[in-house]
Structures are given as structure tokens and as C-alpha cells.
Design a protein around this ligand. Structure first.
Ligand code: GDP
Ligand code: MN
Length: 378
């Protein structure tokens, strides 16, 4: 679950990270009132759950309350990367001298939290990571010790901070960010930019937190921050139907039971030259409603050219799943071809049911993947 910038900054502030004292507005009038209250120039910022708002025109400076109202009106009418802007954050404008980057992310390969910093912060950090990765300094944190002062200093020196006071505040912020990350069971916590402002102070001007959904039960106050209006429709559907869904860039939709089997299915699709359009684990059982929900989610992605259903019938019987699929197909009536492979309990009956419904079937995963790749390339 992603938190909005304003929510992330509130959480940062609770852990002692300096943030601008802004407020959220849902109407242009509210934005004007906030700007008047703050006095002086403000920055009006779209609150949507995607990055790159600045480049999309969702971050604008305003010198007066009138201007703040006008900018808020423009931004509140925008759609950024498919998401409608329903709220804006009105922050006192900062006098930015330098833009640094500071982030904490789960490094699964290292089984540690990695804390990263860069002097090249701001809107192009993804480009920096891709083209000049040496400009990003990383330390990995021992979970029993936490982010040690010497590690935070290593980051500070690594990005060229020398001034004693500035290094001290950087160390304080880095440790606070790590604490916020751990305390909220996050998988990502990012400040970009961490700005050096006019008086030399460091301030978190942007904030991004991604929470681990599996740990949300431990944080009811964070779970309550979920903004359903801002969730992508496919993600919302997946969540309410208890499906694990991750959208990818390919053309072959995958519907699989079990995360391990879903990974294997994607590997085999790639082996035969295809690209999976998604990862979707429908979990145990496969009643028609759930299968239909999964189909709708997969088919809502316009890049999908063929769908591969790969099911292992264990406790869930294959024939039940097959009936669920046929029923769902009647309901959803997709315009792209489906290939289904069901093995395990009652696989034979499953195959008969699918063939009677004119579905392309396969008995091995290799055969199923090859057929799906061929259909997708047609
Ligand atoms: P993002 O594009 O979604 O990452 O949104 P950010 O909150 O990071 O804002 C994008 C850029 O807008 C920042 O990198 C800054 O350059 C600029 N910006 C944001 N807040 C302020 C501010 O208070 N004053 C000034 N001058 N620029 C700002
Ligand atoms: Mn940013």
C-alpha cells in the first residue's frame, strides 16, 4: 500500500524529520485559505500515488493566495498517469539550494534494509540510478544494530557533505528515516528531494512510503490511510477479491494458483520468447466468481494479447476449476484467446470440460506456454 506525500511527511515528522508545515486542500478555495494562513509563497502539489508529478505539471509555485487558488484549480482538474487529482498539498515554498536523495528500501538479496543517498537528488533520480549508479551511495543495515552513526556518516561523506552541522542533521534524518521504515513495516521510504534550503537546513520536501500489505494488520492507523479513490482499479479489484496481482509489461496474461507456480509460469513464458503481462495468483479454490474477477483484471490491461491459465489441482479439484473457468468465460466474454492447462486431481475431467467449451488446452507447461506465445504473436 502506498501512502500519499502528505501522509508520508506526517509519518516522517513523527520520527523527527524536518518537513514543511503545509496542509491538504480539496478545493481551490481551501488552497487559498491555507496559503493566506501560511503567508508568503507556497508550492501547490498534486496528491496522487505516482511519481514524476513535477514533470507532469502537478507541482506549481504560487506567490499569493490568489495564485495558490488558481494553481490548485488547475491541478485539481488534472489526471496524472491515469489517476485523477482529488487533493493538493499546500506547503510553504522552500528556497532550494541543493537537492539530495535519501531512501531506505528492502534489499531481499542481502536480507537487509539498504539505505541509499545521492547528491544528485530531485526529479531525475531514476535516470541517475540507470546511467551513473556511482553517484548513489548505499549502506546495508544490520537489523540487530539498526542504522549505525558511522554508516549514516559514510553516506553523508559519500555524497560530499562536509560541514559539521549539516553532517549532523543528515545523520539524524537518516536514522529517523530508518526508524520510520522499521516502525511502519515499510518496503520503501524515500525523501526526494531532501533539500538544502536557504538557511542551510535540511528539509524533506517530498516523501514516499510503500507499506508491506502483509504487515498492515499490525498498523490499523496506517491501514486507515488507504485512499480507495486513488487506487488503480485493477489493484482495488485484486485486493477486494483476495488476489495477488502485479502488472508487468508483456502481452501474455497469466492466471495461476500459487505464487511459486506463477513465478515458474512466467519463467517458461519467457523461455519460449514471450513476455508476461502480469503476475496473478488466484490462491486456493477457484470458484467462478473469483476466476471471473481474475479474468476481468487481466483483460483490463489493453496490452494483453493472450491469456495462459495454469492450475495445479490439489485440494481444489481440477474439474471444479474447469467449471469455474467456463462459467467465468461465459460471463466475461473476452476477445483474446485463452490457453488452459490443468493438472493434478481430476485433470482428465478438467480437460474434457475445457475442450467441450472450445478452449485451447495443453498437458504440459511447455506446451501451454508455446501455444500462448504463438497466439499472442499472431
Ligand atoms: P515529484 O516530481 O512527484 O517527485 O514531486 P516533488 O515533490 O519531488 O517535486 C518536484 C520538484 O519540484 C522538486 O524536485 C523541486 O525541484 C520542486 N519543488 C518542490 N517543492 C518546492 C519548493 O517548495 N520550492 C521550490 N523552489 N521548488 C520545489
Ligand atoms: Mn520527488
Amino acid at each position: 500500500m502506498k501512502l500519499h506525500e502528505y501522509q508520508s511527511k506526517r509519518l516522517f515528522a513523527q520520527h523527527g524529520i524536518p518537513v514543511p508545515q503545509g496542509e491538504v486542500a480539496e478545493t481551490p478555495e481551501q488552497a487559498r485559505e491555507i496559503a493566506a494562513r501560511l503567508g508568503g509563497p507556497v508550492v501547490v502539489k498534486a496528491q496522487v500515488l505516482v511519481g514524476g508529478r513535477g514533470k507532469a505539471g502537478g507541482v506549481k509555485l504560487a506567490r499569493t493566495p490568489d495564485e495558490a487558488e488558481a494553481r490548485a484549480k488547475e491541478i485539481l482538474g488534472m489526471t496524472i498517469k491515469g489517476l485523477p487529482v482529488k487533493k493538493v498539498l499546500v506547503d510553504p515554498a522552500a528556497d532550494i539550494r541543493e537537492e539530495l536523495y535519501l531512501g531506505a528500501v528492502l534489499d531481499r538479496a542481502a536480507r537487509r534494509v539498504a539505505v541509499m543517498a545521492s547528491a544528485a537528488g530531485g526529479v531525475d533520480i531514476e535516470e541517475v540510478a540507470a546511467t551513473t549508479p556511482e553517484k548513489i551511495v548505499t549502506v546495508r543495515v544490520d537489523p540487530l544494530v539498526g542504522l549505525a552513526d558511522y554508516q549514516a556518516r559514510e553516506l553523508a561523506y559519500g555524497i560530499g557533505l562536509h560541514d559539521k552541522g549539516r553532517v549532523r542533521s543528515f545523520v539524524h534524518i537518516a536514522r529517523a528515516l530508518y526508524e520510520a521504515f522499521v516502525a511502519s513495516d515499510a518496503s520503501l521510504a524515500e525523501i526526494n528531494p531532501l533539500a538544502v534550503v536557504g538557511d542551510g537546513q535540511l528539509v524533506a520536501l517530498d516523501g514516499k512510503i510503500v507499506l508491506d500489505d502483509n504487515a498492515l494488520f499490525r498498523h490499523p492507523e496506517l491501514a486507515d490511510m488507504r485512499d480507495e479513490a486513488e487506487e488503480a482499479e485493477a489493484e482495488r479489484q485484486a485486493r477486494v477479491n483476495g488476489l495477488s496481482y502485479v502488472e508487468l509489461n508483456g502481452t501474455i496474461g497469466c492466471m495461476v494458483n500459487g505464487a511459486g507456480l506463477a513465478m515458474a509460469t512466467m519463467d517458461v513464458i519467457k523461455l519460449f520468447g514471450g513476455e508476461p503481462a502480469n503476475f496473478l495468483d488466484i490462491g486456493g479454490g477457484a470458484r467462478a466468481e473469483k476466476v471471473a474477477a481474475a479474468m476481468r483484471i487481466i483483460l483490463s490491461d489493453p496490452h494483453v494479447k493472450a491469456v495462459l491459465i495454469n492450475i495445479f489441482g490439489g485440494i481444489t479439484r481440477g474439474d471444479e476449476v474447469a467449471r469455474g473457468i467456463v462459467q467465468a468465460l461465459e460471463e466475461v466474454r473476452p476477445s483474446v484467446p485463452f490457453v488452459a492447462r490443468i493438472v493434478g486431481t481430476n485433470a482428465e475431467q478438467a480437460r474434457e470440460i475445457l475442450q467441450a467449451a472450445d478452449m485451447v488446452t495443453a498437458s504440459t507447461l511447455a506446451e501451454a506456454a508455446q501455444k500462448a506465445v504463438e497466439l499472442a504473436n499472431r
